[in-house]
Design a protein around this ligand. Structure first.
Ligand SMILES: [Zn+2]
Length: 430
């Protein structure tokens, strides 16, 4: 997710009093929507700006006919040009789910009809927190999440600029659960930090976060290819042990070959896997599957998609298979009177006088030549095990780390300072 950075900031919140959330999770497959207003409400015609006030409780059925939308109760009235607003004490439900302030509709290029909820920034954040960090987190972690989510939201307008809404309600943007998921604890965290936003160069930051950094945060350069001054790699002692969410899984040689086949490649029998690591974040940059016929390479975010996001929980991982870099494939140095096993991991040199540590590379010297030895690596014969730490992209705040910091008596400002270095927290963002 999240591949647009500062350049997309093009929104001044003061110019509008609500944000538009594309409720992708609430899309009705047959475009069947029932709107119920329990009290006074307003219908705005977006075409001419006229507003009609409706006093009574009312139900509307939305109909989709010949490529256009109509409100059955109002006659043929194109919904794409209509907004419904509630007054303060009116309850609006859409297919039984409460929408806080209003609704309009949009249509995706694939024809899907998207209900778009209209509500204030903080009402939106209040139904993000329970889904993104959980209402059971300590209050200082909830407050840190509230500020991160608010900053992220402000930085993120424009991500759906081709649709009729600002953000969607899925992991693509932030998971928004709707009014029903709100709790008093998460509401309190949002109220306690009202107006507080993290800035860099006077602009709200893209305050990315993930479930766990695994003990070491990722950096933007590694993920995006360009550096961001507040998304840096550093040691995260608050996300270690259980908070690193250690994980592992194994796949057979055949399982992996089948996955590669899904990409339209037949590399033959999988022989070995080479991983290239990012030196700053310790994360895997690319994987090269070496087969008996050819190679198959995947890079960056495609690696998690290859194995499945729920399985390969982060890119902070190592690969293990029987025989890989162990001593089951020994290298021997043979001299006139003895044979000595060389530990290729320690680097020795064989000379006429015996074997000594070189400190550099492993070489074989003969009378006429010098040859470099590479590490013994046994081919894959069975399954491959992936051991990793962390859950998510690892950029910015680690939620497990934030929860640990709160338990260790850090306040939310200290949590934000730790995870978003070089930023400024202001308390009256307009
Ligand atoms: Zn989105």
């Amino acid at each position: 997710m999240l591949f647009c950075l500062l350049s997309v900031f093009q929104f001044s919140f003061a110019n509008d009093d609500y944000i538009r959330i594309g409720r992708l999770s609430q899309v009705s497959p047959n475009a069947s929507y029932q709107l119920h207003f329990d009290g006074e409400h307003y219908i705005e015609n977006l075409d001419d700006g006229s507003v009609k006030r409706v006093e009574s409780t009312k139900d509307y059925t939305v109909d989709f006919e010949n490529g256009a939308f109509y409100l059955l109760n109002l006659g043929k009235f194109p919904l794409s040009e209509t907004r419904f607003f509630t007054s303060n004490d009116t309850i609006l439900t859409v297919n039984g789910k409460r929408y806080l302030s209003g609704i309009t509709f949009g249509q995706e290029s694939n024809g899907k009809i998207i209900p778009i909820e209209l509500l204030s920034l903080d009402d939106y954040i209040k139904a993000v927190l329970p889904k993104e960090i959980g209402s059971g987190a300590p209050i200082e972690a909830l407050k840190a999440q509230a500020v991160a989510s608010r900053s992220y939201t402000l930085s993120h307008f424009g991500h759906h600029k081709n649709s009729n809404y600002d953000l969607c309600d899925t992991t693509h943007c932030q998971v928004y659960g709707g009014y029903e998921v709100r709790t008093s604890a998460t509401d309190d965290a949002v109220d306690a930090t009202a107006g507080e936003v993290l800035l860099y160069n006077d602009v709200p930051i893209e305050a990315l976060y993930s479930a766990s950094s695994g003990g070491y945060t990722a950096n933007a350069e590694y993920v995006y290819g360009s550096a961001v001054p507040y998304l840096l790699s550093f040691s995260d002692p608050h996300s270690t042990g259980d908070n690193a969410v250690p994980w592992s899984f194994s796949l057979s040689q055949a399982d992996i070959s089948a996955k590669i086949n899904n990409y339209g490649k037949n590399i033959g029998k999988l022989v070995s896997i080479d991983a290239d690591y990012d030196k700053n974040s310790g994360r895997v940059k690319s994987l090269n599957f070496i087969g008996s016929k050819e190679k198959f390479k995947i890079k960056g975010s495609k690696i998690r998609a290859f194995f499945g996001y729920g399985k390969l929980k982060s890119l902070l991982f190592s690969i293990d298979y029987a025989g890989k870099n162990d001593n089951s494939n020994p290298v021997y140095a043979i001299s006139k009177d003895k044979t000595t096993e060389i530990d290729v991991n320690k680097s020795f040199i064989y000379t006429e006088k015996g074997i000594k540590e070189s400190g550099k590379e492993v070489c074989v010297l003969s009378a006429s030549d010098t040859s470099k030895l590479t590490k013994a690596s046994k081919n894959i014969t069975d399954s491959v095990t992936f051991h990793g730490k962390g859950y998510g992209h690892g950029l910015g705040m680690s939620q497990r780390g934030a929860i640990q910091m709160a338990k260790d008596d850090y306040d939310y400002k200290e949590i934000l300072e730790f995870y978003y270095p070089n930023t400024e927290l202001i308390d009256e963002y307009k």
